[in-house]
Ligand binder design. Structure first.
Ligand code: HEC
Length: 151
């Protein structure tokens, strides 16, 4: 008897959140982000990089919480400056200036996590680096989206 009621309550709450959000923030529905035109291959490369960012962020949170500095270092190193250098020039030329200003700040943020993990390994410092660098994820996502157009 209790379960369906709980389910109904949870679903109702979720739905009102979604609808409420849609009403309060109409700009989300309008999608006024600037389009960056890339080829299908470039888009899948950029998206793979993005998923690597998310994956690393999760690993860093989890490993940092359990005090495993080696795992923090490994996760952050994968998305640090080495990943940035891997971005082909053809893609870089298509990126708006604002994008190229925000992007490196995310890579550099991960690099500072690498430094802290191999150095003092202060959990709080690592959390604060991650919190700080994720502002760049949020800022860039609010501004841009990718669309496919073959050259
Ligand atoms: C310089 C800009 C920029 C930065 C910085 C950035 N992203 Fe993105 N990200 C994008 C764009 C543009 C898209 C595509 C959005 C669209 O087309 O709707 C995207 C898409 C994604 C996706 C979706 C991937 C998929 O396969 O659908 C994830 C996940 C993501 N980003 C995670 C992150 C995380 C985590 C960070 C920070 C550590 C980050 N991004 C930093 C620009 C950025």
């Amino acid at each position: 008897m209790v379960r369906p009621l709980v389910k109904k309550y949870v679903l109702g709450a979720l739905l009102s959140c979604v609808l409420g959000g849609a009403v309060v923030t109409p700009s989300i529905a309008a999608d006024d982000r600037e389009v960056i035109w890339v080829t299908a291959k470039e888009k899948s490369m950029l998206m793979a990089e993005m998923r690597a960012f998310l994956h690393a962020s999760q690993k860093i949170l989890e490993s940092n919480l359990s005090g495993d500095m080696q795992a923090v270092e490994e996760a952050a190193r994968l998305v640090g400056v080495s990943l940035f250098k891997d971005t082909p020039e053809a893609i870089q030329e298509k990126l708006p200036i604002t994008f190229t200003m925000i992007g490196p700040r995310a890579y550099m943020g991960f690099e500072s996590i690498v430094d802290e993990a191999v150095g003092r390994g202060d959990m709080k410092v690592i959390f604060s680096h991650l919190a700080q660098l994720q502002k760049n994820c949020v800022a860039c996502h609010a501004l841009f989206r990718f669309e496919v157009k073959e050259d």
